[in-house]
Design a protein around this ligand. Structure first.
Ligand code: SF4
Length: 170
């Protein structure tokens, strides 16, 4: 039987799955999860794992741009020791989009600041914990295809944006 709830693509690490580069997750508090589960069918996905990268793995950052620039071919993703991992990030982004479209997701809840999942700011490529405006590669591809991307500090806005309009009494 299929769920009547709308599907929400969600970064697997936000569910506590140990998929981050450092081998841990970033589980959200239980009361937040209860509210999300009340509204959505959650579709967890980690673009970097889908792109073939292992856990743990060296941290990676986008060089000379953001996810949109990576998609356009004018920026790239490098691990801290210099390995070019752009291909894996692009593959993961495509998998994220394919999964979102297959489940008819209109919204995605992705981890802030990640070179894959970040939606407002990402690390600037210096590996110095400095942020700059921009999206990660998967977030950018989802946004380019009409999917609204939110991060874990924007869950109230996500719930508001996905709630049905109030009926007016005339
Ligand atoms: S790629 Fe996204 S889902 Fe995977 S660990 Fe990083 S932030 Fe989490």
């Amino acid at each position: 039987m299929t769920s009547q709830k709308p599907a929400l693509l969600i970064s697997a690490c936000l569910l506590g799955q140990p998929v981050r580069y450092d081998g841990v997750g970033k589980a959200q508090p239980d009361h937040i999860m209860v509210r999300l589960l009340d509204v959505f069918e959650l579709i967890p996905l980690c673009p970097e794992i889908q792109g073939g990268l292992p856990t743990p793995r060296p941290p990676a950052e986008i060089q000379h741009g953001d996810g949109r620039a990576v998609l356009a071919g004018s920026a790239w993703v490098k691990a801290e020791q210099g390995e070019d991992v752009t291909r894996a990030f692009l593959q993961g982004a495509r998998q994220a989009l394919e999964t979102a479209l297959a489940h008819d997701c209109r919204h995605a809840l992705l981890k802030a600041h990640s070179p894959s999942c970040g939606n407002r700011h990402i690390y600037d490529g210096s590996f110095g914990k400095h942020l700059r405006p921009g999206s990660g590669v998967a977030a950018a591809l989802l946004e380019q295809n009409g999917i609204c991307v939110w991060n874990e500090t924007e869950i109230e806005q996500l719930l508001l944006a996905s709630s049905p309009p109030l009926k007016r009494d005339n």
